[in-house]
Write a protein that binds this ligand. Structure first.
Ligand SMILES: Cc1cc2nc3c(=O)[nH]c(=O)nc-3n(C[C@H](O)[C@H](O)[C@H](O)COP(=O)(O)OP(=O)(O)OC[C@H]3O[C@@H](n4cnc5c(N)ncnc54)[C@H](O)[C@@H]3O)c2cc1C
Length: 231
């Protein structure tokens, strides 16, 4: 709204800004850990647009890789960039057979395609049902997909809706987007044109994440800017 030249008034009931994304002192670890922003997905387009607007995007850096370790001591490198990222997507589980890798490649392509062209019933599926539908092999899920889905959706794959996301054991942290909750979310457009709710709990493409909060705000702003200017 401010970028569009509108005057904005912020009313905040707490004595600080930031809502649930804040740093807090934890004496037991002698540190100031971040709360409410542990996972940032590269697909958080609206969040990055917001970070650009406040000049902090350069402080977000994605890891180029890491190491998966199994309890029996085996380990595998995962990479997020370059040709080795493709290998990671095809499956890095030490028990994967060549057939599993082919199945994993086919399932990964299906996942990508269905992200671009969402099936009508996606919100009615658990993440596990979605993985089963695309034929993702168990080893590929164990090595990559299940924990990735858990970190984004903050729900075990058996419970979380595919159209979901996000983290941490804290009362009222975020709502739990299990199956059946997608249609309950309030759209930004209401019967009162000048009243447009925004927040991670409103209807967006994401579950209760920072991206959902910023996407809802972008939609709310678009609706407000459609209104005729006051004389
Ligand atoms: C522990 C934890 C971990 C999380 N981890 C992640 C993560 O890894 N990745 C991720 O993307 N998201 C994460 N989230 C979620 C993310 O923090 C929220 O989705 C995001 O902050 C929601 O933004 P919001 O603006 O919708 O709501 P909030 O951040 O809750 O902001 C709402 C603001 O409105 C104020 N307010 C409420 N009522 C009133 C009133 N009546 N009058 C005036 N002010 C009022 C509140 O004080 C608050 O400041 C986490 C959240 C928690 C709690």
């Amino acid at each position: 709204m401010a970028e569009a030249g509108k005057q904005v008034t912020v009313l905040e009931r707490r004595t600080r800004l930031g809502g649930r994304t804040r740093a807090m002192r934890v004496e037991s670890v002698d540190d100031v850990p971040d709360n409410g922003r542990h996972v940032i997905a590269s697909g958080y387009m609206h969040l990055f647009r917001y970070l650009d607007s406040i000049g902090t995007r350069q402080f977000v850096a994605f890891p180029r890789g890491g190491t998966l370790r199994w309890p029996d001591g085996r380990k595998a490198d995962v990479r997020t960039t370059g040709i080795r990222a493709v290998r990671t997507l095809l499956g890095v589980h030490p028990d994967m057979s060549p057939i599993d890798r082919l199945r994993s490649a086919r399932a990964t392509l299906r996942l990508g395609w269905q992200c671009l062209r969402r099936p009508e019933d996606l919100a009615d599926l658990t993440t596990e049902q979605w993985f089963q539908r695309v034929g993702m092999p168990a080893a590929a899920r164990e090595a990559l997909w299940d924990w990735m889905a858990l970190s984004i959706a903050a729900e075990p794959v058996q419970r979380g809706s595919v159209v979901a996301a996000q983290v941490v054991k804290m009362p009222k942290a975020t709502f739990s987007q299990v199956l059946g909750t997608h249609g309950l979310r309030q759209p930004q457009r209401t019967s009162v044109p000048t009243l447009v709710p925004a927040g991670d709990w409103t209807a967006t493409d994401w579950s209760a994440t920072m991206e959902s909060a910023v996407q809802s705000a972008a939609r709310a702003v678009d609706l407000l800017l459609e209104l005729p200017s006051e004389p």
